[in-house]
Design a protein around this ligand. Structure first.
Ligand SMILES: [Zn+2]
Ligand SMILES: [Zn+2]
Length: 168
């Protein structure tokens, strides 16, 4: 859980640096998130509107689409959440805005953070730009080893020529 008491947030700017485990923000069952997650939360409070700019930094575990090997990559993402008691503001803003009800005495970053991180898992997963992938014929990982499949491939034009030669 990543909650901040509203009473503890001073007017103006403040910052909070913390490291959480994936399980702290509901990401325990995601295979992509295993490493600790560093969060730098810049808070700006004006009256009862609290803007949080969060820098998320961690490493994520992926499986390469081409060679099917697991790999790790850096994960950086910045996101802004706004918590407010001003309903007009909530409707006007384009950022993620959450309306605080009268009795709410803390802001909870947990769920918005969890959803943001799930959305930011890369769609394309390539271990390295020059990944050669798997051989379509024999399935070996071409980053690690070579195979002879290409050499064995018979060009259909040569096949025709061979037939002609054989007929002579
Ligand atoms: Zn790969
Ligand atoms: Zn092969």
């Amino acid at each position: 859980m990543l909650k901040i008491k509203i009473a503890d947030i001073k007017q103006g700017s403040s910052a909070l640096e913390t490291t959480v485990k994936p399980s702290d923000i509901g990401l325990a069952s995601e295979q992509e998130f295993k490493d600790p997650i560093d969060l730098l939360v810049s808070i700006n409070r004006i009256s009862n509107t609290i803007t949080t700019d969060i820098q998320i930094q961690t490493r994520i575990d992926l499986v390469c689409d081409r060679c099917t090997e697991p790999f790790q990559t850096d994960f950086y993402h910045d996101v802004r959440f706004i918590y407010t008691r001003d309903i007009d503001m909530a409707q006007a803003e384009e950022d993620l805005v959450f309306v605080l009800d009268k009795h709410q005495n803390e802001i909870d970053l947990t769920e918005p953070l969890r959803q943001t991180m799930l959305l930011e898992i890369p769609f394309k997963r390539i271990c390295q730009p020059e990944c050669s992938g798997l051989c379509a014929r024999c399935g070996v990982n071409l980053n690690k080893t070579r195979c002879d499949c290409k050499d064995e491939e018979i060009d259909p034009r040569w096949e025709k020529l061979r037939e002609l030669l054989n007929n002579d």
